[in-house]
Design a protein around this ligand. Structure first.
Ligand code: ADE
Ligand code: ZN
Length: 335
């Protein structure tokens, strides 16, 4: 099973590029950019990754991003992630970036997006990995700042497929961003949002109804509302679930308690993703293995996570067909 999972073709739909900053690269960039880190060693950094909720993680995550200054830094960060994708047989990835984390420190929007995009282009030509880029608004900031970010994105519309919403869920409802999402939709961006990670099922309703999103990031607290579960299954509204993240941030105490397999068997379009792998202990294969170790799944069920992710992705129908064929063949040969 381990080998089956390692080589299984995969699609990732929930990945924060800032969350792929491994401690080794953090130190390298701190030296390169002459930035003081509040850690003396890689061991110390790893010891700090002991989170008790989402906010305790976000504090460290925003601090880590301070070492990212120049376009080359964003390129190096993204390229390192794409090499991990290659290793895990990820065929396609749709990744988030948080522009405000950088523009609020005086870094140009174009520095960030150009560095990431250059690596993604190289990933396609040299590694055969296709990708889409999603720009997230930070929900702990106000809607005016989100509007300003949307304005900055206008010159880069060719590189950005969708807008999303991340950061502190509790106390920052989706409704706060209703107007900016409306505007983004009008401009042709697709929309997603984090909801039902730490916050209640009502937040998923709000994200769907107020922001008109086409897929939900996390969404695991949907189980609190049976009518919502029925709607998600009937309409095949995708959930981009992040198993290791949910354990690290105490959304569930143990992987055995995680509801992802239950949701899969109830016909929801659930997918497996790594969220912030440098902070949560694993990339795509690690997340698949963690779910498979804790739950009894057959090979067809494991491959269903990939089929769901293909269905939920923002690529064309032809591109979806091609990825489905590769996955179907893999499943048939390795059954
Ligand atoms: N930003 C990075 N990771 C996040 C998560 N899991 N939830 C909300 N915001 C995030
Ligand atoms: Zn996330």
């Amino acid at each position: 099973m381990k080998k089956f999972i390692q080589y299984l073709p995969k699609v990732e739909l929930h990945l924060h590029i800032e969350g792929t900053l491994e401690p080794e690269l953090m130190f390298e960039l701190a030296v390169r950019n002459n930035i003081n880190l509040p850690f003396n060693s890689i061991t110390e950094v790893k010891q700090a990754y002991n989170f008790h909720n989402l906010q305790s993680f976000l504090d460290i995550y925003f601090q880590g991003a301070n070492v990212l200054i120049n376009e080359q830094d964003f390129f190096d960060l993204t390229w390192a992630y794409l090499l991990r994708c290659k290793n895990d047989n990820v065929m396609h990835t749709e990744l988030f970036f948080d522009p405000q984390t950088h523009t609020d420190r005086g870094i140009d929007f174009s520095t960030v997006v150009n560095g990431i995009h250059r690596a993604l282009v190289k990933g396609t030509t040299e590694l055969g990995i296709s990708s889409r880029l999603i720009m997230c608004f930070l929900r702990h900031l106000d809607e005016e700042s989100a509007f300003k970010t949307l304005e900055q994105a206008q010159a880069h519309k060719d590189k950005i497929t969708a807008v999303g919403l991340d950061s502190t869920e509790i106390g920052h409802p989706a409704g706060k961003f209703e107007q900016v999402f409306k505007q983004a939709l009008k401009q042709g961006f697709l929309t997603v949002a984090h909801a039902g990670e730490e916050g209640p099922a009502g937040n998923i309703h709000d994200a769907l109804n107020l922001l008109q999103i086409t897929r939900i990031d996390h969404g695991v607290r949907c189980t609190e509302d049976p009518a919502l579960i029925k709607q998600l299954a009937a309409e095949r509204i995708p959930l981009t679930v992040c198993p290791l993240s949910n354990i690290k941030l105490k959304v569930f105490n143990f992987m055995e308690e995680h509801n992802i397999v239950d949701l899969l068997r109830r016909g929801l379009c659930v997918t497996i993703n790594s969220d912030d792998p440098a902070y949560f202990g694993g990339y795509m294969t690690d997340n698949f293995l963690a779910v498979s170790d804790a739950h009894s799944l057959d090979k067809a069920e494991i491959a269903q996570f990939t089929f769901n992710a293909i269905e939920a992705s923002f690529i064309s129908e032809d591109e979806k067909k091609a990825l489905e064929t590769v996955t179907q063949r893999y499943l048939e040969v390795h059954q």
